[in-house]
Design a binder for this molecule. Sequence first.
Ligand SMILES: [Zn+2]
Length: 400
Amino acid sequence: MLLNLLHEFRESKNSKTRKLKTLYRLILNHGPIRAETLSSLAHIQSATCARLLDELSKSGLISTAELGESTGGRKPILYQINSADGYVIGIEISDIYSTVLLLNLKLDILGMVKVQNKRVEPIDRMIDGLLIKVDALLSEHNLTPKDILGIGIALDHILERDKTPPDRYESEILEIQNVIASRVGCLVTIGSGINFAALAEYRLRYKSQSQRFLFTTCDTEIRSCTIIDSVLSRLPISTAQSFGHTTIDINGLHCECGSEGCLKQYSSLAAIKNQVIQQLRLDKKSVINTLVKDESEIDYHVIFQALAMDDPLCQSVLAEAARYYGVAIANAVLIFQPDVVVCGGTLTPKNNFFALTKETIERKISAFPHIKTRIFSASDSYEIVAQGAGGAVLEKYLEE
Ligand SMILES: [Zn+2]
């Protein structure tokens, strides 16, 4: 029943199905929620709304298990999505570890397999191995591919590894998507890790408090993604890293994109490594000199090791990177005016990187007290991308 109606959401354009879909989406994003609030948000008369809610309940898509706060008489009924019978698979493919998750529709993790990739394998071989894991995970839970809504996959790590030119991303993704879909016989959606991480953060932690959500990550690339009125922006994977190419110094360092002074040249992992090497060449003291024999051995792991030992040189380079990142986010806040900003990526949890980023943004926007943006660090879960990949499957069913 639940699967039938969700399939109808994808295919049917009749007006009743559209209303059911609108209500379901509102319950997904705002639930647990009262019928009166739903009818006003959906602009549907309350009698019609009650009938449609009844239909969603009978199909198993929503439940009324939770009761709201009583204000005297009877406790009001609250509607929420039913996560009991709907399943999705979320996968993050990377060269080091790939993660396969079995999730319910609330993105709770029901089962997980981690695959360590011992050597570099072509993408089709990696997918073969992962689909075997998917089958095993499903049968462990007495499920088959027919019982799930679909599979969401983040594979931008592999596109980057293979140096796929950005203009080939879409066709490459479509090809992989079709190959997998024909083998598993269910919906397959492939997207970018940042979009998926943003979706999972939003669904799991911020859906009730944000209408204008900005998610950004700082790694080898600096990326951003927005969710406006509960709708994830559907931009091509290759555009997510454009945030790293916003200009923060018109007379600044030359960037590979052809411009001068891009954020990536100041705040990315590579920028931090370059800056540390520059400082060491000036004979600045650092614990790094005791960790490596020569400059060529300096990589991110060595720098993170030095940061864990509170090395002042690495700390000051990291602090500078955080300030530039904060300035760039503050610029984005002044234009986009998000209510919530979440910062993720490898650097955010390092030392005081997030604290300095947040302080820089808040200092800059304090001149505009009407901009009420709150800034948070992303969850430290390693599963967030795969969780979001699963969430993207349900998004596909609810697309307009
Ligand atoms: Zn650039």
